[in-house]
Design a protein around this ligand. Structure first.
Ligand code: PLZ
Length: 450
């Protein structure tokens, strides 16, 4: 088993240290100004404003170095402010900040597309296009699939999450907070059952796939479907890892029926799960892959990558946007990808799992409110339930979350029911910091579930 790195590349000391109560006075003052200046629709959960960050440590406005085991939702995969990324960003920003690729193209955009074509699953000929956010990438995957197939229906899954724009809200399952009151949503989107081994009453991946396929055949008609879009591990839905055989059966069905299979790897991609892309675990080869988040260590960049004949079916000028593939974001992506390749990032993700999974499993043995421990690599979670049942326990998730935040560990919850506690540490986190964060989690359980 690969060891976790202890040489986190950052100038910020990798330690959790509370110099004030959390939130400190400056964060409290900033929060008051936030309330007066920022739309109430933009929520902030963990207390404490950020002032700088390095590796796995965000430092708040009062100077408290905290542990960030969520990487800003799976974004700072190579460590926050990774020095290679910082240098590449500075160099590119000094050269030029923007031209608009469609007006004056530049090498960085082409190089990111080459890297994506090389790294995404499958050795077929591929093309890529770059965008600004995960939602925008998913929208463009739908555009491409519709043009290629000449069909309109899009199939998505229970617990799926694909973004907050109008089309991606339609693709997303959960109403509150993502969709509530924001309709009407884009048409021709159909939701079918997913595979959720903890809650499928013993039904296996292939049986759940058959349930989804029957729904598609009977209620939509396979010949009307342009795309099937799925997260290989569902992120916002609760880190749901489908049963073995579920994804391969869907890919087979898609290919037998001329449907474009889209893997949304926005959260699970870029070495997060111990593979470059979570699709690789069962050897599936998606037709299109959407990526964002971990691709560029926090610079806004997203992509659609896929089979050349599908991506090239779009008329010239049909894909684009003012900022898509911004040169500074591309420089960050090339540096982040270079870091991942040079530092065996997949080995680091597996090393994190080797440290974390036994600790989470041992917690689950001690506390029956942990119904399930799941995930892969550095994308792990525990699902919290009411004692002696499998009923979701979002209250406990909230209490544990607050305890961790108060003690300098910026944890995140997730899940359709808000009852899943998730971990997405930067791959640079190092054993000591990881153990420290897990120690705080132990104490949180002692305090709230003992
Ligand atoms: N697809 C699989 O996980 C973003 C959302 C955070 P954007 N998930 C984090 C929040 O509350 O807004 C996500 C994802 C998957 C698409 C997206 C959307 O990516 O970059 O947030 O648009």
């Amino acid at each position: 088993m690969t060891a976790v790195v202890d040489a986190t590349p950052t100038a910020v000391p990798q330690e959790r240290r509370l110099v004030t109560e959390i939130p400190g006075p400056r964060s409290v003052a900033l929060q008051a100004r936030k309330t007066a200046a920022v739309s109430a629709g933009v929520g902030v959960t963990p207390p404490g404003y950020g002032e700088r960050a390095g590796g796995g440590i965000p430092v708040d406005a009062a100077g408290n170095p905290r542990i960030g085991p969520g990487s800003g939702t799976a974004v700072a995969t190579v460590g926050n402010a990774n020095p290679d990324v910082v240098a590449a960003v500075a160099e590119q920003a000094a050269a030029f900040t923007h031209t608009c690729f469609m007006v004056t193209p530049y090498a960085g955009y082409v190089e990111v597309c080459e890297a994506l074509n090389r790294l995404t699953p499958g050795d077929h000929e591929k093309r890529s296009a770059l965008f600004n956010s995960g939602a925008e990438a998913v929208e463009n995957a739908v555009k491409v699939a519709r043009v290629y197939t000449g069909r309109s229906a899009v199939v998505v899954f229970e617990h799926g999450y694909h973004g907050r724009t109008n089309l991606t809200m339609a693709l997303t399952a959960k109403s509150m907070p993502y969709k509530h009151g924001f309709g009407p949503f884009a048409p021709e989107v159909y939701r079918v059952p997913t595979s959720y081994p903890y809650r499928d009453r013993g039904l296996k991946g292939p049986e759940m796939a058959q349930a989804a396929i029957t729904r598609i055949e009977k209620e939509i008609g396979a010949q009307n479907v342009a795309a099937i879009i799925i997260e290989p591990i569902q992120g916002e839905g609760g880190f749901i890892v489908p049963g073995d055989g579920f994804l391969p059966a869907l890919v087979e069905f898609a290919h037998a029926n001329g449907i474009v299979f889209v893997a949304d790897e926005v959260q699970s991609g870029f070495c997060r799960t111990g593979d470059w892309f979570a699709s690789e675990y069962e050897g599936i080869v998606p037709d299109l892959v959407t990526t964002a988040k971990g691709i560029a260590d926090g610079m806004p960049l997203a992509a659609v990558t896929g089979r050349a004949e599908i991506m090239d079916a779009v008329h010239a000028g049909g894909l684009g946007g003012t900022y898509g593939g911004n040169p500074v974001a591309c420089a960050a992506a090339l540096a982040a990808i270079g870091w991942m390749e040079a530092n065996d990032a997949n080995g680091l993700a597996r090393g994190i799992e080797a440290v974390m999974r036994p600790r989470l499993t041992s917690l689950a043995e001690r506390y029956d409110v942990i119904g399930d421990v799941r995930g892969r690599g550095a994308m792990l979670a525990i699902e919290l339930v009411k004692p002696g049942t499998t009923d979701p326990n979002p209250e406990l998730a909230g209490e544990l979350n607050r305890y961790c935040h108060q003690h300098g560990v910026v944890t995140l919850t997730t899940g359709t029911h808000g009852n899943v506690f998730r971990f997405l540490p930067p791959l640079t986190i190092g054993t000591a910091l990881l153990e420290d964060a897990l120690g705080v989690l132990d104490q949180a359980f002692e305090a709230h579930a003992g």
